[in-house]
Design a protein around this ligand. Structure first.
Ligand code: AMP
Ligand code: MG
Length: 336
C-alpha cells in the first residue's frame, strides 16, 4: 500500500489581516491527484485566475517532462538509454541542482535511486523482501557521478542501466515555478502548497509579516505536532509515514540510503526550511537519509537551512531536534 498524506499544513495567517487583505485562493490538482493550494495577496481576481491557468499549464508541462510513468517523457527516454543532446533547459536545471546537492550532502541526496525504487515496487507486488543480490545489483547503478551534464546542455549517463527519479525534488521545484508566475502576475505576497511542500514569497513592502504553517504529527494521523511562523521561503517535510512500502505486514520507508541501498530506518520526519522550494525539498530528503546526528550538524553548518528533525533513538524513544534559527518561532502542541 502506498499512502500519501501532506506533512505540512497551512494554517491561518499569523497577523490579523484587514478585510481588504484577504487572499485570492484556488486549489488545482496535478501529478495524478496531488492538491496544489495557491494563495495570493494584493492581486485582482482576473490576474489571479489567469496566473492559476498559467500555473496549471506550467506544472503539466514539467510533469510531462519528468514523469517516469510516461514513456515519451524526456526522463523516460534518458532512462531507456537515450542521450539527450538538446533537452529542455528545465531538465538541465533539475539535473544541475540535484547533482550539486548530491555533492554537498556526500551523496545522501541522489536522483539515480530509481533502480532501488523499482526494486522495492516489485517487492511490494511480490510481497517478498529483496535478496542481497538484488539489492547489490540495484545499488551498483546508484551514483550521481554517472550523470553527465555537458556545457552544451547535453545529458547522458556514463553507465548503461542508470535511471533518474526526481520524486525527491520535483514538488519543491513546481512550487517555486508557481511562485514565479504569481510574482510576474503582480502578487505582493503569495504562497503555494504543493501537496504539503510549501513555498512563499513577499515583496519588500510586506516584510515583517509571517506565514504560519503546521507540522503534522508523524505518529498521529491528522494531529498537529508543532506550529512554525516563517518569513518568506520554503518549508518541506520528508516523512516515513507519508509513503511507504508494506511487505509482509511491515512498513518500509520510501526514502533510500544511496550508500547502502536500504530504506532509511529510525527517522520519522524532517521538516526543512530553505530559501527556495527546490532546495527545501532536496535537503529534506538528504537530511532524512543522513540521520538525526549527521543531519543536525549539516543543518547547523549550512547558512540558510533550518530544520525540525524527529527520530527514534537507540532505546526507541522519540527525539526532536529544532535547529538554532527556529528557536522562538516554533510552538509545540501537546506531545506525549
Ligand atoms: P521526499 O518525499 O521529497 O523525501 O522524496 C521521496 C522520493 O524521492 C521517493 O519516493 C523516491 O522517489 C525518491 N528518493 C528516495 N530516496 C532518495 C534519495 N536518497 N535521494 C533522492 N531521491 C530519493
Ligand atoms: Mg524531498
Amino acid at each position: 500500500m502506498l499512502t500519501i498524506l501532506p506533512a505540512v499544513l497551512l494554517l491561518h495567517p499569523l497577523c490579523s489581516l484587514a478585510a481588504d487583505d484577504a487572499p485570492q485562493r484556488q486549489t488545482i490538482t496535478a501529478m495524478g491527484g496531488i492538491p496544489i493550494n495557491i494563495s495570493a495577496w494584493g492581486i485582482d481576481q482576473p490576474s489571479f485566475k489567469a496566473a492559476v491557468t498559467d500555473i496549471t499549464v506550467r506544472i503539466e508541462t514539467l510533469e510531462a517532462m519528468i514523469s517516469t510513468y510516461r514513456p515519451a517523457s524526456a526522463v523516460s527516454r534518458l532512462n531507456s538509454g537515450e542521450i539527450l543532446s538538446a533537452p529542455p533547459a528545465e531538465l538541465g536545471y533539475l539535473v544541475y541542482m540535484s547533482t550539486t546537492i548530491s555533492q554537498s550532502t556526500d551523496g545522501a541526496f541522489d536522483i539515480t535511486v530509481k533502480p532501488l525504487v523499482q526494486l522495492w515496487r516489485s517487492c511490494r507486488i511480490s510481497q517478498a523482501l529483496p535478496t542481497e543480490a538484488e539489492r547489490l545489483a540495484a545499488l551498483d547503478l546508484v551514483d550521481y557521478r554517472y550523470v553527465l551534464l555537458g556545457a552544451d546542455g547535453q545529458i547522458s549517463f556514463t553507465r548503461a542501466g542508470v535511471m533518474l527519479d526526481f520524486g525527491g525534488i520535483a514538488k519543491g521545484y513546481f512550487a517555486d515555478e508557481a511562485i514565479a508566475i504569481l510574482k510576474l502576475a503582480g502578487a505582493k505576497r503569495c504562497l503555494v502548497d504543493c501537496g504539503g511542500d510549501i513555498t512563499s514569497w513577499q515583496a519588500d513592502s510586506e516584510q515583517g509579516r509571517a506565514f504560519r504553517v503546521g507540522i503534522r504529527d508523524p505518529q498521529g494521523g491528522e494531529n498537529i505536532f508543532a506550529i512554525l511562523d516563517i518569513p518568506a521561503g520554503a518549508v518541506v517535510t520528508s516523512g516515513d509515514y507519508e509513503r511507504f512500502y508494506e511487505i509482509g505486514g511491515e512498513k518500509y520507508c520510501h526514502i533510500f540510503d544511496p550508500r547502502t541501498g536500504q530504506p532509511v530506518q529510525n527517522m520519522l520526519s524532517v521538516t526543512l526550511l530553505a530559501p527556495t522550494g527546490i532546495e527545501a525539498d532536496a535537503y529534506a530528503t538528504a537530511v532524512f537519509v543522513m540521520g538525526a546526528e549527521t543531519g543536525r550538524q549539516y543543518v547547523e553548518d549550512h547558512a540558510g537551512l533550518e530544520a525540525v528533525i524527529i527520530s527514534r533513538d537507540a532505546d526507541d524513544q522519540l527525539e526532536v531536534f529544532v535547529s538554532s534559527g527556529l528557536i522562538g518561532s516554533i510552538e509545540f502542541s501537546a506531545v506525549d
